[in-house]
Design a protein around this ligand. Sequence first.
Ligand SMILES: *[C@@H]1O[C@H](CO)[C@@H](O)[C@H](O)[C@H]1NC(C)=O
Ligand SMILES: *[C@@H]1O[C@H](CO)[C@@H](O)[C@H](O)[C@H]1NC(C)=O
Ligand SMILES: *[C@@H]1O[C@H](CO)[C@@H](O)[C@H](O)[C@H]1NC(C)=O
Ligand SMILES: *[C@@H]1O[C@H](CO)[C@@H](O)[C@H](O)[C@H]1NC(C)=O
Ligand SMILES: *[C@@H]1O[C@H](CO)[C@@H](O)[C@H](O)[C@H]1NC(C)=O
Ligand SMILES: *[C@@H]1O[C@H](CO)[C@@H](O)[C@H](O)[C@H]1NC(C)=O
Length: 464
Amino acid sequence: MFLKTQINIKLYYLLNCFAITISKSAVAPPAWADPKLNPCATQPRGWQLLYWPPDGQCYKIYQIGYPCPEGMELTPTAISSNSSLKHIMAECKCPPKTAEYPDDNRCYKLFTNGPCGKGQYFAPDKNIELAKHNRRWGKCKSLDNCQNSNELFWPQDNKCYLYLSQGPCPKGQLLTIGPDDISTCKCNHKREMRKYWSNGNGCYEHFTKGPCKENGHLFLPNQSCGCHSLLPHYYNETRMCYEIGTIGPCNAGEQFLLDYNKKSATCQCKKGHIRYEKDLNCYRPYTQGPCNHGYILINKTTCIEQPCKKGYLYFPINKSCYRIGSRGPCKKNHIVSFDFRTRPSIDGISYNGVCGCSQLGDNHECLERKETICNSNNNMVLFNNQCFKIYSQSPCPSGAWLVIQRQSKASDFLPHEGVCECMPGYKETILNNSEKEEIKCNGPTVALAEFLNRQSRTVSNFQI
Ligand SMILES: *[C@@H]1O[C@H](CO)[C@@H](O)[C@H](O)[C@H]1NC(C)=O
Ligand SMILES: *[C@@H]1O[C@H](CO)[C@@H](O)[C@H](O)[C@H]1NC(C)=O
Ligand SMILES: *[C@@H]1O[C@H](CO)[C@@H](O)[C@H](O)[C@H]1NC(C)=O
Ligand SMILES: *[C@@H]1O[C@H](CO)[C@@H](O)[C@H](O)[C@H]1NC(C)=O
Ligand SMILES: *[C@@H]1O[C@H](CO)[C@@H](O)[C@H](O)[C@H]1NC(C)=O
Ligand SMILES: *[C@@H]1O[C@H](CO)[C@@H](O)[C@H](O)[C@H]1NC(C)=O
């Protein structure tokens, strides 16, 4: 059952990957079912079979081992030429969560020691992956050291987490050092896990809700669930204990946090939230919060009328509104975007604009983005990262209008870009001031006058 679901999920992804190429030629059934693409499709249950060119036989998709080398699985590959899909054939690849090591062409589990030396782990290698089609390749990388000696490095996300905290682990497991000094998630009643063991109900950090079923109880260092008035987790009014950093007994927008003066936890505004006057709740600034309809909260004392029109966001530093997706006041390769720390269902709609990366590159750098969403069905084109109606004059100098820039076939899927071009009857001159070329379009009368001027000059030259 599990295997079948997994296959279906994989098929789904693959079909989606091919969808672009397929949809161009025809409204096609799944690529598998087409005998022209998959020679095995004519056999019973052919959609589960892949053609293996070395012996001309059909083999079941995703089977591990023969005809593939040991440990590899049979996966489909698209053979295309001139951007149209030609065949779907089989290729041997490493199964999920593993990758191929170029030195011996075998599959090893990622994020384990694998074929690597001491102090190293087997990591995905994005560079080779690009060079050699879609196969997953791996390489050995050194384990990073964490700044805090109490933390462990977790290679999957390149982050450090506290030793014996839940960190990146599933509920009931804690982070510890595994074989070959690579961190791992586990739970047992031996050695370092002993004190966190909840009698077969998982391992948990102390003073968390952990395995405790009763409201107001926490998992205590004596490995039982309970609450005590001397604990900083104790809340006087309800006489219960709550995990620090959760909402606990507090109101919306608040968090149960330690107050170092009182040596116990109290209800405080969550980070990035403010309390309006003496309101019980805390709010994200630049949402409606406690204000009247059409107003937003800007600080502890003031609601202002919502300053931006639809599609625009507010930048408090500039006290101005900028269009979503435009560069606005942001630096290069950044665009005006929503403040994603605000969750509309909980905090309400935020009018706070932030500068977001226009597109994230492989190395988490910001790339230029060109795909501001322009509805091309509505005859909209992209100009300076904003959408305009085609043949409109608005973004262009006088005498010019916006036309579609001729594009290469490859950019069919990109939104159309617009350029300013002189309207018919207007004559183009290119001004060359301050390193930037600008076009100027002269109206028929100006053009005519210029023409006549030139004529009269030549005429007078002849007369001399
Ligand atoms: C692919 O394109 C090239 C040039 O663009 C052309 O010479 C060739 O015949 C095309 N092949 C197919 C199979 O269409
Ligand atoms: C565990 O500790 C709590 C608080 O100190 C105490 O109330 C409780 O009785 C202890 N439970 C056991 C089983 O020792
Ligand atoms: C806890 O509550 C009791 C009565 O409700 C009160 O007398 C006591 O001062 C409170 N303690 C703290 C620390 O607020
Ligand atoms: C809140 O904003 C208003 C308007 O900008 C300002 O007059 C007021 O001093 C601010 N209050 C605080 C507490 O910052
Ligand atoms: C907006 O504010 C930022 C930060 O102070 C500043 O760098 C930028 O020049 C301002 N932009 C405009 C258009 O005022
Ligand atoms: C514009 O000016 C630059 C230098 O100022 C020059 O190199 C370039 O050739 C000029 N272009 C035209 C079209 O005159």
